[in-house]
Design a binder for this molecule. Structure first.
Ligand code: GLU
Length: 478
């Protein structure tokens, strides 16, 4: 049996989209499931759209997601180099065999001529396409013009009147008619291959068996199939993965409706493990329907032919839920390490070990840290009315505050049990309304209606700060 070899072939044209990371995961998992290899290849033949640092950024983001490749940049491998701009000689050599076998031809049309043709076609309400002007040039004449230094591109000689059929794992057979396919450029005048040429040559030479890529490439696939045929190479298995829709289910997930790069989610406090788990369950389900699963489980079970061919919405609520699940699984040390980049400069670091267990349950993302902890150090800023909630009179609240200050000042030790027992006894003895009293205590010490458990929180705040805040509350009322 042939070794399963999958690949991800990103272009360094900007930050990697979350959808691409989800596709990368599928390629990774399928290779691992079959004991095969996952290859990372950089497709940098479009030098105009390339962004600075793009090649490095691709490698970094894959690693930030906790994944890795078996062959590719930085790793090498039997079929390298894995960066297309370093493979130009390979493409030139391979495309020459197409010329020699009359499967491709030199085209000498100027930009001006092509623009005119296009304009004409548009005026005639035709879809713009190359009019095959140079396809009829005699091979020996073309060769001579090339030797004389004339500028040229190389185009594929697309056969006429043919059906091109390929099988997509998710959709079954897909057929295109060759008459609708342009004689596309394979090699550009600057000696660079186009995406179509490079992708086919590389997938063949790198022995890729399964190509899983975004469904936006479906219309390119017949061109690739024609190229495989022209070269006389076997066609790999294709699976075109549906794109994510925006969280509201409307339209392809795009920048207009929020951040979409794979990096931006990690930067906003989503854990890579939660992201990967989320990708796993979008458009695919385990046999036992369980949604929380490890990468290991996924690798054991994932089969691309079980993927739905329908696009699914990027359900942020589900992602938030999963992220919470993964945050709660972290050990205190892991949480501390992961949350450190999200801790505000003003946070009193000496309190971190006490605070984290109090908020771990309540974090949806790591970036919630500030919001959930700012009362541990910042100025409180709450409406005075909040102190009076459910109280019969202002005088009562003043009395409560005075009494609780007295109690805390005279506590023999600052311990959870003393504080809790003392305040509970006081409330019972005075017969104050329990809900009202403790809510008032919560508001006056934290400024918030919802906090981690009150007494633990007060412990972390410390006796002095608690007393100061109770006195501030009192001052608001008198
Ligand atoms: N370089 C293409 C991209 O940026 C790869 C498409 C493919 O997987 O064939 O997405």
């Amino acid at each position: 049996m042939t070794q399963v070899r999958t690949r991800m072939a990103p272009s360094p044209t900007g930050e990697m989209h979350v959808g691409s990371m989800a596709t990368l995961l599928k390629n990774y998992a399928f290779a691992k499931r079959n004991g095969g290899q996952f290859i990372l290849r950089i497709e940098d033949t479009d030098k105009v759209r390339e962004v600075e640092g793009g090649v490095k950024a691709i490698q970094e983001i894959v690693h930030r997601y906790g994944l890795d490749w078996d062959e590719g940049p930085g790793k090498g491998g039997e079929f390298g180099p894995y960066i297309q701009s370093e493979r130009l000689e390979i493409y030139k050599k391979e495309v020459q065999t197409l010329i020699d076998n009359d499967k491709a031809y030199y085209c000498f049309c100027s930009k001006e001529r092509l623009a005119e043709v296009k304009e004409q076609q548009m005026a005639n309400k035709q879809a713009p396409h190359y009019d095959r002007h140079c396809r009829v040039i005699d091979a020996s004449e073309a060769k001579k013009r090339v030797a004389d230094g004339e500028e040229y591109v190389i185009r594929l000689k697309v056969p006429t009147d043919q059906e091109i059929t390929f099988t997509d794992l998710l959709r079954g057979e897909i057929t295109f008619h060759s008459n609708l396919i342009d004689d596309q450029v394979l090699l550009k005048s600057d000696g660079y291959p186009t995406y179509h040429l490079a992708v086919v040559i590389d997938d063949y030479l790198m022995k890729i068996t399964h190509i899983m890529r975004g469904e936006e490439w479906i219309s390119s696939t017949p061109k690739h199939v024609l190229l495989y045929q022209a070269f006389g190479w076997p066609v790999p298995v294709f699976a075109h993965i549906p794109v994510f829709l925006n969280p509201d289910g409307k339209g392809k997930m795009s920048k207009r409706k929020g951040m979409v790069s794979a990096a931006s989610f990690l930067d906003r406090g989503y854990l890579s493990e939660a992201m990967l788990n989320f990708f796993m369950i979008l458009g695919w389900a385990r046999k036992n329907q369980e949604e929380v699963m490890t990468l290991e489980d996924y690798v054991k079970e994932f089969d691309p032919s079980d993927l739905s061919s329908n696009s699914v919405a990027f359900d942020i609520k589900k992602l938030d839920w999963l992220n919470g699940v993964y945050i709660r699984k972290l050990s205190p040390e892991q949480l501390k390490e992961k949350i450190t980049p999200f801790i505000s400069k003003n946070f009193p670091v000496e309190k971190i070990d006490q605070v984290l267990p109090l908020i771990q349950e309540r974090l949806v993302t790591l970036a919630d840290f500030d919001q959930l902890t700012k009362f541990f150090y910042g100025e409180l800023n709450y409406e005075t009315d909040l102190l009076l909630k459910k109280a019969d009179s202002k005088e009562l609240v003043i009395e409560e505050l005075n009494e609780v200050i007295k109690l805390i000042e005279t506590l023999s030790s600052w311990s959870l049990t003393d504080l809790e027992e003392g305040t509970r006894n006081l409330q019972e003895k005075k017969d104050w309304h329990r809900g009202q009293f403790f809510m008032m205590l919560r508001i006056s010490t934290t400024g918030e209606k919802a906090t981690p458990p009150l007494f633990e929180t007060m412990m972390v705040l410390g006796k002095d700060l608690v007393i100061t805040r109770l006195k501030e509350a009192l001052n608001k009322l008198i």
